[in-house]
Design a binder for this molecule. Structure first.
Ligand code: GDP
Length: 369
């Protein structure tokens, strides 16, 4: 029995107002009595999943329904925005179900990267975020690398469980799922009807060749990431599209680096030392004196200091300043969610500050690379 007004693919309540929200169907389609939502339609007919997003509360409500099931959860995170894309409360909501952490976009790290070190780092940081991670798979949806490992890990850990794929927006969830569909699915089978009739679970059940299935959940929107804040053209600038070329700056105290007009990094106190910027090559770095930085931004933000354009800059929230005291002997990154990070190479301690639009997550973390 199919519920009237609900998608026959995923069970979501149908609507025709918001294209990018769950359950969208064009108005004519509703009249024509078509019963699957546009997302299911696209998967079925074009082998293509697209990003559907929900706010955090809605997402956690969806998640908590996984808690009562036997599930294997594939949590996709973005290595370029690790702390911005990890769902830190995940474990509380999914109960004792195991988590596979798929760390995507590894193609963005510099060509010479110590992958064992990256893996260990991910393990520590995931633990810090309260995740009980069964396995970590480094992958690149763009290069189709790591997929065999991912599928092996799924086979090893799933038993009779359903596989749920969860992630923040822009981590590459649909790219990855599209690869899985293309390479492993048999879409002559129907998309199965939601097992949760009468609920508004927007989960798409995609049958795989081997009788198994993956269940795609909507992407969770975290407003604390730069990638959620900027216009599409600026997103093209801040998201790197090729391996990051680390840029090293020798700074004296009292010097500042601007990252286009997106943000700024002050070296306030400490011995002369080097700082390595891991940001998109399309965001130019401009060095200046700390004492002149406010004025420079005031006068040249959106022009000399761009992207973003002056117009787009005005749409961003005002900058807030985050100051950090880096202890002697530590190896730290100042991480700016969605924009990248600055590695502090000095061993003798320093005082630094980052200026970014209000609401963007900024933190100090053990250095990734
Ligand atoms: P979703 O919102 O999680 O479904 O993410 P998408 O699949 O739409 O991808 C978001 C952006 O990240 C797009 O610009 C993709 O091209 C890009 N992307 C996805 N996977 C990768 C990857 O493995 N490497 C790189 N460099 N970019 C990726």
């Amino acid at each position: 029995e199919r519920n009237a007004g609900r998608c026959g693919g995923c069970g979501i309540k149908l609507q025709s107002e918001h294209k990018d929200q769950p359950g969208y169907v064009p108005a004519q389609a509703i009249e024509k009595e078509i019963i699957i939502c546009q997302r299911c339609f696209r998967i079925k007919n074009y082998n293509e999943s697209s990003s559907i997003t929900v706010e955090q509360d809605e997402f956690l409500r969806l998640l908590s329904q996984i808690g009562g099931k036997e599930a294997l959860v594939i949590h996709i995170v973005d290595i370029f925005d690790f702390q911005g894309s990890i769902i830190s409360g995940l474990q509380r909501f999914i109960g004792n179900n195991p988590v596979l952490l798929a760390v995507n976009k590894t193609d963005l790290l510099p060509k010479v990267t110590n992958w064992n070190k990256v893996r260990n780092w991910v393990q520590k940081e995931a633990k810090e975020a309260g995740l009980k991670v069964e396995d970590i798979v480094l992958c690149s949806a763009k290069q189709s690398s790591g997929f065999d490992r991912l599928l092996d890990a799924v086979a090893e850990h799933r038993g009779k469980r359903d596989v749920y794929v969860v992630g923040a927006t822009n981590v590459g969830k649909s790219t990855l799922i599209n690869r899985l569909i293309r390479d492993y699915s048999d879409l002559d089978q129907e998309l199965t009807v939601s097992r949760y009739p009468g609920t508004t679970l927007d989960m798409v059940h995609i049958p795989l060749d081997d009788g198994r299935a993956i269940i795609d959940t909507p992407g969770i929107v975290y407003p604390s990431r730069y990638s959620e804040l900027v216009s599409p053209e600026d997103l093209g600038a801040i998201l790197p599209d090729k391996p990051i070329k680390p840029a090293v700056y020798q700074l004296n105290e009292g010097q500042t680096l601007f990252f286009g007009g997106f943000g700024r990094f002050d070296f306030i106190q400490g011995e002369r030392q080097s700082f390595t910027c891991f940001i998109s090559g399309r965001v130019p770095i401009h060095r200046t004196k700390l004492e002149k930085a406010d004025e420079l931004f005031e006068v040249h933000g959106g022009e000399l200091l761009s992207p973003p354009s002056r117009e787009n800059l005005q749409k961003l929230p005002d900058f807030t300043r985050h100051e950090f005291r880096i202890p002697r002997g530590s190896r730290m990154d100042v991480f700016i969610s969605g924009l990248g990070w600055i590695k502090i190479n000095g061993e003798n301690g320093s005082v630094v500050a980052a200026h970014v639009p209000k609401g963007i997550k900024v933190m100090v973390r053990p250095s990734l690379i």
